[in-house]
Design a protein around this ligand. Sequence first.
Ligand code: SF4
Length: 521
Amino acid sequence: MKPLTVCAALRVEARALRRGLRAASIPDAQVRVVRTGYGPARAAASAASIAASARGASRPGLAEPGPGMLAVGGVGGALSADLRVGDVVVASRVSDGTVTVECASAPLLAGELRRAGLRVTTGPVATVDRLVRKGEHATLAATGAIAVDMESAPLLAAAAGGPAVVVRAISDTPAHPIVSPGTITGGIAALRSLRQAAPALARWAAAVGPRQVLLASPRSFCAGVERAIEIVELALEQHGAPVYVRKQIVHNATVVADLERAGAIFVDELSEVPDGANVVFSAHGVSPDVRAEAARRNLATVDATCPLVAKVHAEARRFAADGYLVALIGHAGHEEVEGTLGEAPASMALVESVADVARLRPADSGKVAYLMQTTLAADEASGIVDAIGDRFPAATGPGTDDICYATTNRQHAVRAIAAESDLVLVAGSANSSNSQRLVETAERAGTKAYLVDGPEDIQLDWLAGTSTVGIAAGASAPPAIVGQIVTALAGLGEVQTKDVVVATESVQFGLPKELRQRAGN
Ligand code: SF4
């Protein structure tokens, strides 16, 4: 592997970086810290010399250097009031007003630094040609930049379009400018952060390389999730904020944060909802007790339960009314399971494993039925169904599969990419059952797989040595997250994407009647 060149303008910055690398036992042969000098003119000269030496070392006879990899590390000034001395800024883009360089892998490095215990913000960095004076911060911040330095833009020319990152540890802020009594303390705090950040640069370099990315298709939102999100958006449009939502509308942190910003308030129980408020029930469904409580309190409710979950509730009621003991195959504590069990608590038993089947005690062994959580792994559930059939040969199941089309398709798709991938990344939140099942499905296919809420959750060590990365996304994960992951990987080297399509989906569910009438469709 070629060594990473880390450019540091000042001697103290170079020393802090070297100390951090030495403390992590990273050899010079892996990461080389180069002192490049103060200000844009020295930075430009150093960039030319780094590029010339790369050309001489690896591409003799070429007039221009090919893409390399480059990191810039040093202290910088904050433009955003949210930044504090000692914080670390990872540049998403660097511009001096003439040249703009994108640093697409910034979220990957930012996540790594956060896990190392640093306070990290990602955003644009401005390179200027002199120290920022009092009163000039606001003008620079108006360009969108969150931090400022004097070297990054010209230095990044040495990367010649190859992977590049910029890490600036904040030494001064608009409230404590560079020439102020706090200068020394600010500088010490920034250099400490820089030292702490240095080892992550070596991990970033080890992850650099071209990759093929296999995109599992179908992926991301299913019809039930799209409908549930639209229901909250329409409720906000029709009633105004706040609209209360019992439990997370779907199990995804990004979706929940976006709706919170729009005015939704997520609560765990109806007791947290004020009298007279509007409440949406989540896509996972609720038990009859919850509906009864809402009616008792005259809350205006809209039900976003996915119709495929509602179908399982109806089956539970029907089997229970016919005198069956209903074994619900699912995971304890999941909201969907709690809602379904609540339909006929006296006639239902949760079965999480084959061992649980032995504990079933039906009054009549000829009257046993089974149902399933909609987001189970098909192979896992079929083993339990077989065990129920072995113990109760007359056991009966649902008319059509309870594991929904979206879960099934996404599991087939992740299995298809896992076979070809060195690593599978599944976009989804930790509390998303269907996303977790995708991770398990990929791992059962023999490929290491990880669940990530976004690119910042990807650990650089996972990527080192991989040439084919598969990406899948759970039914509650926004499609944009997959795009963000691909963009971040492209910041590490050339990426070729390929869609691996195992099914096409055209399922759509109508809106609840109360919203449809008001929306006029
Ligand atoms: S995963 Fe299946 S059951 Fe759950 S919301 Fe989507 S379509 Fe409905």
